[in-house]
Design a protein around this ligand. Structure first.
Ligand code: C5P
Length: 214
């Protein structure tokens, strides 16, 4: 049961700054992560919600929200808080690359092509997976476009997750921006469960139900 458990949830995209007015981001809205926070808190958990830049709102006595912008900021907050949590659900669409140099003035239009050199960000899920003790759980997400299950299983093993929630960009009305999602849950134990297309709130309930029975 989740009553009294402290659960960390990441949600939304990260923004990686290029200059004072531009960033590299993605289409994540944070809807799935905020739905998970709502359902966990309704089930009696204490939720720490680490949110990237999103237009979502949540007010619940058992949800503490920390807003971040970049992958590095999200990494720092998550690594600082995970050791005192019972588990984490990492739902954020974290940028995989970030500019090596952030211009301190707005980049000007030039005739030539612009090249921005990027370096890989830290993988928060993999780092948390290394920290995880036997008493803690770790759930990740995988958004795939091809060979979905194979990629998701690979991520689950590499990042030491207990289970992974797979959604495919090939499913209509699932993923970014929609209020609905269609998921498959793959567990480290080998179990697999396929769910119907439903509202993100009902998808969150299915995920939390799996977690409560875990
Ligand atoms: O980006 P990728 O498909 O590998 O993401 C899979 C899982 O890892 C997701 O749960 C995502 O939140 C997490 N992740 C992360 N930090 C990253 C990249 C991904 O926590 N830098």
């Amino acid at each position: 049961m989740l009553q009294g458990k402290k659960i960390l949830i990441t949600a939304g995209p990260t923004y990686e700054r290029i200059d004072p007015v531009r960033f590299i981001g993605n289409y994540s809205t944070g809807k799935m992560g905020f739905a998970l926070a709502q359902v966990c808190a309704d089930a009696g958990a204490e939720v720490l919600l680490v949110a990237g830049p999103v237009q979502q709102f949540i007010e619940h006595p058992h949800v503490k929200r920390i807003d971040v912008e970049s992958a590095q900021q999200m990494f720092d907050v998550v690594m600082g808080h995970f050791p005192t949590c019972d588990g984490a659900i990492l739902c954020a669409a974290v940028a995989d690359f970030t500019p090596i140099v952030v211009a301190n003035q707005k980049l000007k239009r030039e005739k030539d092509n612009l090249v921005i050199e990027l370096k890989p960000t830290q993988d928060i899920a993999a780092a948390v997976g290394k920290l995880k003790t036997e008493k803690q759980f770790l759930v990740g997400f995988a958004l795939e476009t091809n060979d979905e299950e194979a990629h998701a299983l690979d991520k689950m093993r590499r990042k030491n997750l207990d289970f992974i929630v797979l959604n495919s960009l090939n499913d209509a009305q699932a993923c970014f921006g929609y209020d609905t999602n269609k998921i498959t849950i793959l567990k480290a134990s080998g179990d697999k469960k396929i769910f119907e297309l439903k509202s993100k709130l009902d998808v969150a309930k299915d995920i939390i139900n799996e977690l409560a029975n875990y």
